[in-house]
Design a protein around this ligand. Structure first.
Ligand SMILES: C[S@@+](CC[C@H](N)C(=O)[O-])C[C@H]1O[C@@H](n2cnc3c(N)ncnc32)[C@H](O)[C@@H]1O
Length: 256
């Protein structure tokens, strides 16, 4: 849906600038066309209620296209760059979740949580390049770590990073198709767009008493068991939710 809105914003702004140039030549200098297109696309994106983080994308997209065309590279180079982007950002194309990597502080905090929880199984929903799964599996040989990633290139990198970790399994595919009932600790670093749907999935599938930890994006309407603020560059917040059991919620004992 967001991609559709983005395409609509870009194409409408492009059409508007083109029509203005054709209809009223001389009203503005054609050299301003990229700036006007970018501003128009950003404005339309706001009118279509796209999240704020789309603004820099809209402002830079058309100027970046013109810049790339200006480089006059052979056609295969553009095709190759497009394919590479698709392989890395497949999760964004298919579901509003871009690739950002968690800091080592997130992996360290999850290790502490896993110890406190006496967790035996852990899954990272959308594991990227295993920035969390690999260090966690290396630090806790007794923990069964699953890294689930849909985008082909990050998946391959995650597999390579975990190749010597016997307690880590890297799986390709969508977490929407994975039942979460067998995990003690579930982690996700996704985007606000998917959190309501993810909440419904967690409610259906996770065992009472198990713990869900979301990096940066809270589950709307869910009572928090704990919120952990990390001193990494992003000032990451980890939102912890005890599933179901209210007694466990009161006794979570996680650092606040
Ligand atoms: C913000 S990154 C987080 C990466 C990693 N968990 C970390 O903390 O460093 C989100 C990842 O989720 C992946 N992703 C998005 N939707 C997915 C889905 N439905 N199934 C599996 N992976 C998905 C994206 O490809 C991306 O790599």
């Amino acid at each position: 849906m967001q991609l559709l809105k983005a395409a609509l914003s870009q194409l409408s702004a492009l059409a508007g600038v083109w029509l203005a140039l054709r209809g009223w030549p001389g009203v503005f200098d054609p050299r301003w066309a990229p700036v006007l297109q970018a501003a128009g696309a950003a404005l339309l994106s706001r009118l279509l209620r796209q999240p704020l983080w789309w603004l820099p994308i809209h402002l830079s997209f058309f100027p970046a296209v013109l810049f790339a065309i200006g480089l006059q590279l052979p056609a295969w180079a553009y095709l190759g760059a497009g394919l590479l982007m698709a392989l890395v950002f497949w999760g964004t194309v298919g579901g509003d979740v871009p690739l950002f990597l968690s800091s080592p502080a997130v992996a360290a905090a999850l290790q502490e949580i896993a110890v406190q929880e006496r967790a035996e199984s852990f899954i990272d929903l959308g594991a990227g390049v295993a920035s969390v799964a690999a260090p966690l599996a290396a630090a806790m040989p007794g923990l069964q770590v699953t890294a689930l990633e849909r985008a082909p290139l990050p998946y391959l990198l995650a597999r390579w990073r975990c190749r010597n970790l016997t307690n880590a399994a890297v799986a390709g595919g969508s977490f929407w198709d994975c039942n979460l009932g067998r995990f003690d600790l579930v982690f996700a670093f996704l985007s606000p767009a998917v959190m309501p749907r993810l909440g419904r999935k967690l409610e259906r599938e996770m065992r009472p008493g198990s713990l869900f930890v979301s990096s940066s994006f809270p589950l709307p309407g869910w009572p928090l068991s704990a919120e952990i603020r990390l001193a990494d560059r992003r000032g990451t917040r980890l939102y912890c939710y005890r599933i179901g059991d209210q007694r466990c919620q009161a006794n979570a004992g996680l650092p606040g």
